[in-house]
Design a protein around this ligand. Structure first.
Ligand code: ADP
Length: 261
C-alpha cells in the first residue's frame, strides 16, 4: 500500500558547494537499488529466524529513503544486505544494475569500498586517529595518491565546517562534531550510496537536526541515501518512508513536501 503524506520539514542550510553533483554520473541503471523477493534467514542451533521475507523494493538514483519499523522487524538486516555486509538467503539484489546477490565476501568487500559508505549511530570513528586521519582513511583504502588525498580531505572538512578541528581526536569533539566527521568520512570517496543507521540516535535535538540538514543537503547534491530510523522527525527529511513489519514491507509513504523540493 502506498500512502501519500505531506510532512512539514525543516529546510536544509546550504553548504559551500552549490548544487554540484557528488555521485558518479556514469549510470548503468536508473535504480540504485532494486531487490526482488529478498529473503534472509538466520539459523542458530535448532532455531531458524526469517529476518526478511520476500522484500521487493526499489530506490532510484538521487532518492532519500527512510526505513522504519519496530525493533526486530528486520531493519538492520536490510541495511546489512543493502550494504553488502551480508548476502541474502534467497532473492535478487541489483545494485546500480549489477546483480550482487551471490557475490562472495571478498568480492562484496571490494565492490562496496568504491560504492557504498555507512554512517552509524555510534559514529564509529577511530579514537587513535585525528579528524583529518579518520576522514582520509577510505581514500587510503582506495589507494588515492597523496596530493589528491590531501585536497579531497581538506575540501570535505571545509564543507562540513570542521576543518578547524582537523588535528583534534574524536574524544575531544562533541557528539554533533563527531557525526559531522563521520559524514565527511562517508562522503569523501564520493560513494554512490550512503547507508545511515539511526544517524541522530546519540545526539540532542539541535545537533540531530544539524546532521539531518547535512544529509539532506548531500542528497540534494546527488548522493542516494537509505536511512534506518525510529525518529519521525528524521524520516520527514526523506522522499519516501518504507515501513517494515516482521521482515516485510507493510506500507510506503511518499513525502510530498520533500519530493517537491
Ligand atoms: P531490527 O534492526 O529491526 O531491530 P534485525 O534486523 O536486527 O531487526 O533483526 C530481525 C530479526 O532477525 C530478529 O528476530 C533478530 O533476532 C534476528 N536476527 C538478526 N540478526 C541475527 C543473527 N545474526 N543471528 C540470528 N538471528 C538474527
Amino acid at each position: 500500500m502506498i500512502v501519500e503524506i505531506n510532512i512539514p520539514s525543516p529546510r536544509a542550510e546550504p553548504l559551500n558547494r552549490g548544487n554540484e553533483r557528488l555521485s558518479d554520473s556514469k549510470s548503468k541503471s536508473e535504480h540504485m537499488i532494486k531487490t526482488l523477493d529478498l529473503t534472509k534467514r538466520f539459523k542458530t542451533d535448532e532455531i531458524e529466524t526469517t529476518a526478511l521475507s520476500k522484500v521487493s523494493m526499489e530506490v532510484q538514483k538521487g532518492e532519500f529513503v527512510a526505513i522504519m519499523g519496530p525493533s526486530g522487524c528486520g531493519k538492520s538486516t536490510m541495511l546489512n544486505v543493502l550494504g553488502m555486509l551480508d548476502n541474502p538467503t534467497e532473492g535478487t539484489y541489483l545494485f546500480d544494475g549489477t546483480d550482487v546477490s551471490n557475490y562472495r565476501e571478498s568480492k562484496r568487500t571490494r565492490y562496496r569500498k568504491g560504492n557504498i559508505q555507512f554512517v552509524f549511530q555510534s559514529f564509529n570513528l577511530i579514537d587513535e586517529l585525528n579528524v583529518y586521519e579518520n576522514v582520509e582513511l577510505p581514500l587510503l583504502y582506495l589507494k588515492i595518491e597523496n596530493a589528491d588525498r590531501r585536497k579531497m580531505v581538506m575540501e570535505i572538512l571545509d564543507r562540513m565546517k570542521i576543518s578547524h578541528r582537523k588535528k583534534h581526536f574524536p574524544q575531544q569533539l562533541s557528539g554533533g562534531q563527531q557525526q559531522r566527521v563521520a559524514i565527511a568520512r562517508a562522503v569523501v570517496p564520493n560513494p554512490k550510496l550512503i547507508l545511515a543507521d539511526e544517524p541522530t540516535g546519540n545526539l540532542d535535538s539541535k545537533n540531530g537536526i544539524e546532521v539531518m540538514n547535512l544529509l539532506s543537503e548531500l542528497n540534494r547534491q546527488g548522493t542516494t541515501i537509505v536511512m534506518v530510523t525510529h525518529s519521525q522527525r528524521d524520516a520527514a527529511f526523506a522522499h519516501r518512508i518504507v515501513n517494515l513489519f516482521d521482515g516485510q514491507i507493510v506500507t510506503e509513504e511518499v513525502n510530498q513536501f520533500m519530493q517537491a523540493l
